[in-house]
Structure formats: C-alpha cells, structure tokens
Design a protein around this ligand. Structure first.
Ligand SMILES: *Cc1c(COP(=O)(O)O)cnc(C)c1O
Length: 234
C-alpha cells in the first residue's frame, strides 16, 4: 500500500498550499516550517523526504524516535510531538530540537531536570487543549499562565511557544477560532514581559487544517497523512 504513495509529489503539493496560504495572509513562506510527521512510517520514506530537501521530522513515540535517529546518521531536526511520559523524558531531551507536547508543570520540571543532568537547555512548547476536548491532552487555556510563570524560572528549558491539536473536523474553517485563540494567547503572554519568556513559535495545523492555521499565524505545521498517506497501525 505504502509504495503507491508518491511522497515527492505530495511534498510539492503541500508546499504549494503553504505558499498559497502565506500569500493570502501576506506572510513570508520562510516563516512557516513544514514538519514531516513520519510516525509509523519507514526510514525509506523519510529518505524520500530528505531527497526533496525536508530536514524537519516529527515523531510521537520515544522508542521509534530513538531507533530512527540511530538508523539515519545524517543531521536532521527531530521534533517530539506526542504525549510524553516523565519516565521517557531521558530518551527525548537532548535528542530533539523541540518538544511540542509539554502539558504539565510536572513534565516541564522533569524535562528541566534531565536537561540539567545533560548540561543543555531544552526548547519546549506548551501544549494547549484549545477546544477543551475531554479526549485530548494539553493545558486548559486557563492553566497556561500558571504554566508559563513556572516555566520562566526553570533554567534548563526554554519555552519557545504554544502548540495545539485542533479537533478532527470535516471543514477546517471550524478550527479557525482555536488557531486564533492560540495566537492571541501567545501575544497576550508575551505582552506581560515575564522574565525569560518571549515566545515566537505557534505549532498548529495538521493535514486537514494547516492552511487555515497558517492564515491564523502558524509558524510550524505538522503534516503526516498529507505527505506519507494513511497510517496503518499494527
Ligand atoms: C500524527 C500527528 C500529526 C499529523 O497528523 P496528520 O493529520 O496525519 O497530518 C500532527 N500532530 C500531532 C501531534 C500528531 O500526533
């Protein structure tokens, strides 16, 4: 099944849509990073992306991430986008460019402790459950301020911005308000001039809704199916 997916063509199509969305919003496409979400997909398909100049990949499982990093010696920017358990932090911190999915102060503290042990600073995003869905991880929007003030005092993490996974919807327009909410939250928090806090990343938009997310200010879009085709979980 997978070999019928034309990764190169899909990447061209996604890039064209990113450019068009930027055009509509009066934005520079260089300000939007395309993250190829390669979870469940083989190294061979990651290599097809690399041949198209993709260097940023998203994974959501610590074990799969570690294995793929071992199998691909070339320098790539790996991003961790999945729910992260505290006992898995040691496999992720230091191996990725950015952790998108920090959703509690306790987890932020665990990442900080691991980064301190490794003598590094780890870039993170706060995951926000913008639509308040029961089934989703992420901070409630009311919890974000407390999270940010806690993060501001941790020396081995750097809070770079906010991430959200919008609801699964048929019409991406239905998610526009959540993307707008995230952007307004970022602007509002930045305006408070909290020590160490100056966020510049909005990770929002997936295959079904990345164009709307870009119109609303996304600086990173996470596209899996749109590049690799459907996922087949074993
Ligand atoms: C799987 C996943 C994606 C990609 O989803 P698609 O709809 O396949 O583009 C994006 N973000 C997160 C956090 C994911 O887990």
């Amino acid at each position: 099944m997978e070999d019928r997916v034309n990764v190169a063509e899909n990447i061209d199509a996604v890039r064209a849509k990113i450019n068009a969305a930027c055009m509509r919003a009066g934005r520079d496409p260089a300000d939007v990073t395309l993250i190829a979400v390669s979870k469940t997909k083989p190294v061979s398909m990651i290599r097809e992306c690399m041949a198209k100049g993709i260097t940023v990949f998203g994974e959501n499982k610590a074990q799969e991430l570690t294995k793929k990093i071992e199998e691909i010696p070339e320098p790539l920017d790996w991003h961790f986008i999945g729910h992260l358990q505290r006992n898995k932090v040691k496999y992720v911190a230091g191996n990725v460019k950015l952790i998108h999915s920090v959703d509690s102060i306790r987890l932020a503290e665990a990442v900080d402790a691991e980064a301190a042990k490794k003598n590094i600073v780890c870039d993170i995003l706060a995951e926000v459950n913008a639509a308040g869905e029961e089934s989703k991880f992420g901070l409630a929007k009311e919890e974000v301020y407390d999270f940010v003030s806690a993060a501001s005092s941790l020396k081995h993490i750097k809070l770079r911005g906010l991430m959200t996974i919008a609801p699964y919807v048929e019409d991406p327009e239905e998610n526009r308000l959540y993307f707008r909410l995230l952007r307004n939250l970022l602007i509002d928090i930045n305006s408070k001039n909290i020590d160490n806090i100056n966020m510049d990343v909005l990770s929002m938009g997936m295959t079904g809704d990345y164009e709307v997310a870009i119109e609303e200010g996304a600086t990173m879009v996470r596209v899996g199916t749109g590049i690799f085709g459907d996922r087949h979980y074993l």
